[in-house]
Design a protein around this ligand. Sequence first.
Ligand code: KG4
Ligand code: ZN
Length: 503
Amino acid sequence: MSKSWAIRIADENDLDAIMQIEHECFTSDAWSADSMYEELTGAEKHYIVAYREDQLIGYAGLNKLPTVHQSEVQTIAVRPSARGIGLGRDLMNQLLAEAKRADCREVFLEVRADNQVAQKLYETLGFSQIDVRKRYYQPDDVDAIVMRAEFAANTKPEPLVLGIESSCDETGVGIVRGNTLLANVISSSMDLHARFGGVVPEVAARAHLEALLPTLHEALATAKISLDEIDAIAVANGPGLAGALMVGVGAAKSLAVSLGKPVYAVNHLVGHVGVDILERGELETPTIALLVSGGHTSLLLVRNLLDDVELLGETIDDAAGEAFDKVARVLGLKYPGGPEIDKAAAQGDPNSIRFPRGLMLPKDMEKHRYDFSFSGLKTAVARHVEVLKTKGEEIPVADVAASFREAVVDVLVSKAVNACVDHNVPRLLLGGGVIANRRLREVAQQRCEEKGIELRIPALSLCTDNGAMIAAIGAQLVMAGRAPSGLAFGADSTLPVTTVQTL
Ligand code: KG4
Ligand code: ZN
């Protein structure tokens, strides 16, 4: 069975949620929020959190002493409602992997003498008892059992890769070590585009220029590394807005030259698929991927992430997110339209108006089985609103929003599920900002269950455009021994998805 949670590096924004779990788990001797903050931000500390549907359900921390090749497990906690599912073991395994990466050869921990379950678990992970500290846990007056695990010296460290993403309105810098996410910092220029009702390419490019360095510095600080430790740089060189892409490409090349490190030019869309590695450790293939955002609506068949990605279909006019943004404007709602329509639709009846489903008629399904079209739907909504206005009737915003959302979701999910069934692929991965849509998640879940398809929805911070997904692909290329890209590549606004890396 696949696990129902994902793990990422903790940061100070997790403090409140962590403290809640701390108090739930350690009723008599919880740490204070101040000490926890020190732990989360300390230089040689490595804290991770486990989450399910964007809710924290556990955390664990390691204190590394690399100069003496040792580390200590500082704490591990699993919310009572998430016990008995193997999460504690997963958290411990991740800490041990980090200890190995830091070339620690011994890991120590203390456990309450009355916690037999934990001691048994640690034994199965290679720990054995080396000491007892009498009456260590107060006020309960319980002994601490000191345990130790030993490893052989490190042979092949995983590559530390910095990823840069600037294809649309998000400036993203991510840092990964192998398959592990260390930092994912995003700066969005969305607010600057709000008054235009959509992304303005020139405004986006200028915003990238301003945001790039601060975003880079924040990512390095979050990952607790310096630039000279980086093994390789990855950058999205397409598809996307040409001027916006150029900013990231220029930055990546300058970094590569000044640091003397290799650079990998990576396909943005493949990044959306590869991001799954950061939550699961690997990408299960083959998989169908449905990528929906303000810039793209693509249906992919991924047989192999680095060598075999096929475009099954894409939008022939507007992207799905763009349709949300345009319909929101017709309804007098704010930009970006997706979240606004989602909110309004919650009170509406999705069956009140039957809006057209683009490219779903039998004749369209022959030629455009996996393609999408949203401009007819957008026009139908505009006409519906116009007719009511000329009649002097009030616009039922909630009903229109719900009916429009239902039409988009219906088409997206139907075509994605068709692709899974037709190609006999029991897996569907979602990506892009529109994945935030509540109804889309609901319908996808329901129809995938009906067909026995496993649905993967990465955390929202990894679904929207980000640098971590680009770094993840870069790390895969490095680990597969692929040659770097050289410095001749450029930004390619229409880069085909079959080109995973531009040489
Ligand atoms: O991936 P993303 O953040 O970046 C770009 O495409 O630049 O996607 C942004 C798009 C916007 O069009 C926005 O309206 C849409 O995702 N979006 C949503 C929702 N939240 C954001 N669409 C539908 N429902 C939502 N809840
Ligand atoms: Zn994207």
